[in-house]
Design a protein around this ligand. Structure first.
Ligand code: GAR
Length: 199
């Protein structure tokens, strides 16, 4: 399925720097991903992802979460689903989005919401997965792109990339190496999902 010009329409939700959104955008621009990012939304008005979107000429908006710090209230999810639909979004990419997406988003975009997580799920779900891996003495970690379901980081896995934990790794050095892999993995996973929708 596509919007008629062969390009699948993506909506991106992020709370931070947006380097994964940038990686998807770069893949689109270098012709390796036939897609278009039509809307970027952030729950954090100061997030750099919004600036990146604006620089690229992509509509970008702040999500009103009603003053809640971590909750993603039902009304906000309904408003986000509506905005994404109105923009013609076919696949929703969570890229460093730090709130739990659930109903009604999941009903509006069944099997069409993807998330990138910085570990080899099911290991280390939740926050700061790279730090969890270092603290745990893991010898290997990585990143996962998966479909979002009602659990936290539990949905079906689309692609994973392995990253070894090396001696003297800190949480930050490991995260930096995981992010390098994320930037290849996410565009590849979007390509795979888009192809599955077209067939
Ligand atoms: C990424 O490393 C992503 O895997 C992680 O946040 C970072 C966002 O970076 N996501 C999670 O931890 C989700 N549980 P970015 O804003 O530069 O893309």
């Amino acid at each position: 399925m596509s919007n008629g010009d062969g390009k699948i329409k993506l909506g991106v939700l992020g709370s931070g720097s947006g380097s994964n959104m940038q990686a998807i955008l770069d893949a689109i621009q270098d012709g390796s991903l036939d897609a278009e990012i039509v809307l970027v939304l952030s729950d954090n008005p100061d997030a750099y992802i919004l600036e990146r979107a604006q620089k690229a000429g992509i509509p970008a908006e702040v999500i009103d979460c009603g003053g809640y710090k971590t909750r993603f209230p039902d009304e906000s999810q309904a408003a986000v689903a509506e905005k994404l639909k109105a923009a013609g979004v076919e696949i929703v990419c969570l890229a460093g989005f730090m709130r739990l997406v659930k109903q009604p988003m999941l009903d509006v975009f069944p099997n069409r919401i993807l998330n990138i997580h910085p570990s080899l799920l099911p290991a280390y779900p939740g926050l700061m997965a790279w730090k969890q891996a270092v603290d745990d003495g893991a010898r290997e970690s990585g990143c996962t792109v998966h479909y979002v379901d009602a659990g936290m980081d539990t949905g079906p896995i689309i692609l994973q990339a392995r990253v070894p934990v090396i001696p003297n790794d800190t949480a930050d050095t490991l995260h930096a190496r995981i992010q390098e892999q994320e930037h290849t993995l996410y565009p590849e996973a979007v390509r795979k999902v888009a192809a599955s929708l077209e067939s």
